[in-house]
Design a protein around this ligand. Structure first.
Ligand SMILES: *Cc1c(COP(=O)(O)O)cnc(C)c1O
Length: 373
């Protein structure tokens, strides 16, 4: 007898137990000495010193509720990006906002679309809201407009697109994003998740501000977890038409952004030099990492973000699982991406110079050992 048919204990509503919990990247390597964590796309530069300072100052005010409207933070974000603060909603990480969007717009019988190797949070958000996830196929590990449009039905309520996408590192040019939007029904929300926008150095890329500013059904989400280095504080924001902000403000927690995130976020968003330094670092080490890994005979998906997807294949004698264990034993933590339908790949974050050199040397040693048989 399934627990659902009993009344002797509480039971989650239909669908909850069908959700596979999100499993974050590993963060430890028991027994190894120094740890190089390249598994969660965190910045090797750390947080801005100004943000650390602002965070520390909050220690003497822990008993006070934060400002639930996060007005100063929205003002600082608006100023930095040239946006109307009234069209910004902040969240406990952008994951919070990605969930709230489904919660507010998707219900039982409705469908939400994302792509084959899209960010896993989308599926969880749609299922949590009681909706039905619909997976659009990709082309060359890249989201494909026509495939997404082919999935649209009268039940579609939301489309999530990470641009660039995690874990593939690929992106959709802005002309294609506009073509996608132009063909979507006007009652379907297009969520452009631009978590890695700052890292992209491509003339044909745009994060989505223009589309969200001029349409009733486009939302852009951003995070402080990646280039701003505040992953531990949980802070994200979205830029959306006023009617969508209004809906999300009704369903969000009244204090969904804590005071430490609020103060550190303001300092971080104002520290332009720190972000520039992180961009420079990535511009140097992303191509280096891609080239070095390719030189080992490994296939690397061209990335525009701060991580690379590396392909292994049992046919050529190298396996992602073995490489992962080999690296972990040496204190190098990378991300297995089997849950993303990429069991023979590993995702490696661009780290410090030391970490980048060590992961390449680690993989060189692994490949030599594996090919020797
Ligand atoms: C890391 C990441 C985020 C950020 O999530 P937070 O909740 O803001 O830490 C959002 N989307 C994608 C695709 C990501 O990789």
């Amino acid at each position: 007898m399934s627990p659902a048919s009993t009344n002797n204990r509480p039971f989650p509503r239909l669908g909850v137990l069908a959700i596979d919990p999100y499993v974050p990247g590993k963060s430890g390597a028991p027994g190894a000495g120094k740890i190089y964590k390249l598994s969660s796309n965190e910045t090797p530069l750390g947080a801005s010193p100004l943000a650390i300072d602002a965070f520390s100052k909050l220690a003497s005010k822990l008993e006070l509720y934060p400002d639930g409207s996060v007005a100063r933070l929205r003002g600082a974000i608006g100023k930095r990006f040239g946006l109307d603060p009234d069209r910004i909603v902040c969240g406990n990480g952008s994951d919070d906002l990605l969930h709230l969007l489904s919660l507010a717009y998707v219900g039982p019988g409705d469908e939400g679309i994302f792509t084959t190797h899209g960010f896993l949070v989308y599926k969880i958000a749609i299922l949590t809201a009681g909706g039905t996830p619909v997976v659009a196929p990709e082309k060359n590990l890249t989201a494909d407009v026509d495939a997404i449009l082919a999935c649209v039905t009268p039940r579609t309520k939301i489309v999530y697109l990470a641009n660039p996408n995690n874990p593939t590192g690929t992106y959709m040019p802005f002309e294609e994003v506009k073509r996608l939007h132009a063909s979507l029904p006007k009652n379907v929300i297009l969520v452009l998740d631009a978590a890695y926008a700052e890292y992209v150095r491509r003339n044909d890329y745009a994060e989505g501000i223009e589309l969200a500013a001029t349409n009733e059904n486009v939302v852009m989400t951003r995070t402080f977890s990646k280039i701003f280095g505040l992953a531990n504080l949980r802070l994200g924001w979205m830029y959306a038409p006023p009617h969508i902000c209004d809906a999300i403000n009704r369903v969000r927690g009244p204090f969904n952004v804590n005071g430490a995130a609020l103060e550190a976020g303001i300092a971080a968003v104002e520290d332009i030099a720190h972000v520039e330094a992180a961009i420079d670092h990535n511009e140097k080490w992303l191509p280096w990492l891609m080239n070095e890994l390719a030189a080992l005979g490994l296939e690397v998906t061209p990335s525009v973000a701060n991580f690379v997807l590396v392909h292994f294949s049992k046919a050529s004698g190298v396996s992602a699982a073995d490489a992962d264990s080999f690296l972990t034993a040496r204190g190098i933590i990378v991300r297995a991406v089997g849950a993303y339908g990429l069991p023979e790949c590993l995702r490696i974050t661009v780290g410090t110079e030391e970490a980048n050199r060590i992961v390449v040397e680690g993989l060189r040693a692994y490949v030599q050992e594996a090919r020797r048989g």
